[in-house]
Design a protein around this ligand. Structure first.
Ligand SMILES: CC(C)(COP(=O)(O)OP(=O)(O)OC[C@H]1O[C@@H](n2cnc3c(N)ncnc32)[C@H](O)[C@@H]1OP(=O)(O)O)[C@@H](O)C(=O)NCCC(=O)NCCS
Length: 178
């Protein structure tokens, strides 16, 4: 009898995953990734927040999503999504979408109000994201405004967030680790 193929599973990321996550990001985004504006926000923040997740096949990293706690105009309760990286060998199999959905569900459950990202509207629009109204939110560097997208986790949350984006400490609460 042959063994059943191992399944790809997801779980919260830990700091032990960081070398593999960094390696995957390097492979997928290349050396230019460090000059991206979203990287500036994350500089100096903890590697792993409560909402970072990975998809793994045994001990092989298949996909990873990072979420960084941010404040917008000094108001906390928002997250910056990214990078999201999927190993090209496993692309278009739903792993990106699954990690986004799981991470966002945990963020909503833990009272976060908004998820912000810089990314492709054709991909993230299908997941509920829409462009931030022009001029409402500023990143600390140049961003193509058509790619600055947000998802409200609470009704009309976008109206409560105006101003500049900066990394922030996580609100004082017990973090999800399941
Ligand atoms: C983009 C990425 C995160 C998608 O993850 P994935 O697990 O491969 O994709 P999913 O299985 O979740 O979704 C697949 C669907 O999204 C579509 N898709 C993938 N990338 C897309 C993009 N950049 N724009 C629009 N649609 C895209 C696929 O065509 C597919 O469509 P279908 O369901 O109609 O067949 C992944 O391919 C990746 O890491 N790419 C390189 C890094 C990158 O460009 N990241 C930036 C994301 S903005």
């Amino acid at each position: 009898m042959t063994a059943a193929p191992e399944a790809i599973t997801t779980r919260p990321a830990t700091s032990a995953d960081m070398p593999a996550i960094s390696g995957l990001s390097a492979r997928v985004f290349g050396p230019g990734r460090f000059v991206r504006t979203a990287y500036r926000v994350r500089e100096g923040t903890p590697d792993v927040s409560a909402f970072c997740r990975v998809a793994v096949l045994g001990d092989r990293l298949v996909a990873a999503i990072r979420m960084t706690e941010i404040a917008i105009g000094g108001r906390g309760g928002a997250l910056l999504l990214g990078p999201l990286a999927v190993d090209p060998d496993f692309a278009n199999q739903g792993h990106g979408r699954r990690l986004i959905a799981e991470s966002i569900a945990a963020a909503r459950e833990h009272g976060r109000e908004l998820v912000l990202l810089v990314g492709d509207m054709p991909y993230y629009g299908r997941l509920g994201f829409s462009p931030v109204p022009k001029g409402q939110i500023q990143m600390p560097g140049p961003v193509d405004l058509a790619r600055l997208l947000a998802l409200e986790l609470q009704t009309a949350a976008i109206e409560r967030f105006r101003g500049g984006v900066a990394a922030a400490a996580a609100p004082n609460e017990e973090a999800p680790r399941s």
